[in-house]
Design a protein around this ligand. Structure first.
Ligand code: NAP
Length: 281
């Protein structure tokens, strides 16, 4: 059996964070502390955990995190007012509205209210459009993480056939755009795709972004394919049937410890990028 490359997200995340330390120190010498504002609406325990993890990651690196926790009865207008005030606050460099918000809130309207300069999580349609056109500063963090992992491990994208399973606005669609911009030939599959497995069978690169545990089967994988599993399901289970796919793949991300840690490091990077941009660097 040929050597398998396990794409270790913690290694990549640490490399990203190491690169940020000096930049954060340089900003602090100029009296600027990069600051990420996180907004959590309601009391969904998973969302609270995600926000806490992001806050802890900021703290470890010396990035300020301003945590705004709004009651689950918050109206769209109240949430918009919070976002507007963060947009105006010069000390805040990035705004993250934790998805999902309670269903009575117009989440899309709230995302769109985030100023493009502070859209470090890549949730606005403006940011998505810029990403698709190839000059977006802050693509969504999970797509950015997937690209970063391939860059770190020198995985060739140019000319390869990438099959993305999933087309959500924060994951499948933007990662398809980023791959296309790196000269991959991209197939994007979704719940209405017919004979999905036949598309996956042709893939040099498989991106799993479905939200269904162990969905991608080993027998669908072309020998030597590279697999990036963005899935994160209950019980720390990815969207890829890991052991079966490992047999066929040349490289694969584990879950946990694959795409997840790099996603957080990209959020930190975008916040530092935004703090530098705010002073014209
Ligand atoms: P989502 O919004 O639920 O989108 C899922 C996508 O998968 C949709 O486009 C859907 O197609 C498609 N899909 C569903 N069932 C399918 C099927 N049977 N065959 C083919 N396609 C199917 O989920 P998401 O937010 O993109 O997240 C996807 C996964 O990534 C989840 O496990 C999530 O937890 C994980 N995630 C991880 C991170 C991280 O940091 N690691 C960040 C974000 C998300 P339709 O469009 O046709 O409905």
């Amino acid at each position: 059996m040929s050597e398998k490359l396990i794409l270790d997200g913690n290694v990549v995340a640490n490399a990203v964070k190491d690169e940020l330390r000096g930049r954060i120190s340089a900003l602090k010498e100029k009296g600027i502390t990069p600051c990420l504002a996180t907004i959590l609406v309601g009391d969904d325990p998973s969302s609270a955990t995600y926000v806490r993890m992001k806050g802890n990651a900021c703290a470890k690196l010396g990035i300020e995190s301003r945590k705004i926790h709004l009651d689950k009865q918050t109206t769209t207008e109240e949430l918009l007012a919070t976002i507007h005030s963060l947009n105006k606050d010069e000390k805040v460099h990035g705004i993250l509205l934790q998805h999902p918000v309670p269903s009575h809130i117009d989440e899309r309207k709230a995302f769109e209210a985030i100023e493009i300069e502070k859209d470090v999580d890549g949730v606005t349609s403006f940011g998505y459009g810029q990403t698709a056109l190839g000059f977006g500063k802050y693509p969504s963090c999970t797509p950015a993480a997937i690209m970063k992992i391939m860059e770190h491990y020198n995985i060739e994208v140019n000319g390869k056939h990438a099959v993305v399973v999933g087309r959500s606005p924060i994951l499948g669609k933007p990662v398809s755009a980023l791959l296309l911009n790196k000269d991959a030939t991209v197939t994007t599959c979704h719940s209405r795709t017919v004979h999905l497995e036949n598309h996956v069978r042709q893939a040099d690169i498989v991106i799993a972004a479905v939200g269904k545990p162990n969905f991608i089967q080993g027998e669908w994988i072309k020998p030597g394919a590279v697999i990036l599993d963005a899935g994160y399901n209950k019980g720390n289970i990815g969207d890829v049937d890991y052991e079966a796919c490992l047999e066929k793949a040349s490289a694969i991300t584990p879950v946990p410890g694959g795409v997840g840690p790099v996603t957080i490091s990209m959020l930190l990077k975008h916040t530092v990028d935004s703090a530098e941009a705010a002073i014209g660097e």
